[in-house]
Design a protein around this ligand. Structure first.
Ligand SMILES: [Mg+2]
Length: 110
């Protein structure tokens, strides 16, 4: 998988899922917050195990699923707003490297 295929798949699935194109930016924002929350809850559970504290547990595989949901949601928001997320990530990554005088640069193909 590369990022372009994620965008293509997201686009195709949204045609199926939201046939009347009713989903709004605020819906997407809440969706993203929910997925980030799910990931954070799993991180808490993983950390709980590392600290030896009683409570329910989580697995790295579960965290991977929620991180995937976050990435899918990010792309859906970018798609909604017509943002080239690959370019935005590359530009932001490289601006931060430049700001802190770090040599590493990111080159992605979209
Ligand atoms: Mg989820």
């Amino acid at each position: 998988m590369n990022y372009k295929t994620l965008r293509e798949a997201n686009y195709a699935r949204q045609q199926e899922w939201d046939t009347e194109n009713r989903i709004t930016l605020s819906y997407r924002g809440n969706e993203l917050a929910g997925e980030v929350g799910e990931a954070c809850n799993l991180i808490k559970k993983l950390e709980r195990e590392r600290l030896g504290i009683k409570g329910s547990r989580a697995t790295r595989e579960q965290l991977a699923e929620e991180l995937a949901d976050v990435m899918i949601c990010l792309d859906l928001i970018a798609m909604h707003e017509g943002i080239d997320l690959v370019k935005a990530v590359q530009d932001k990554f490289n601006a931060t490297s430049k700001k802190y005088e770090l040599e590493t640069r990111l080159e992605l193909s979209s």
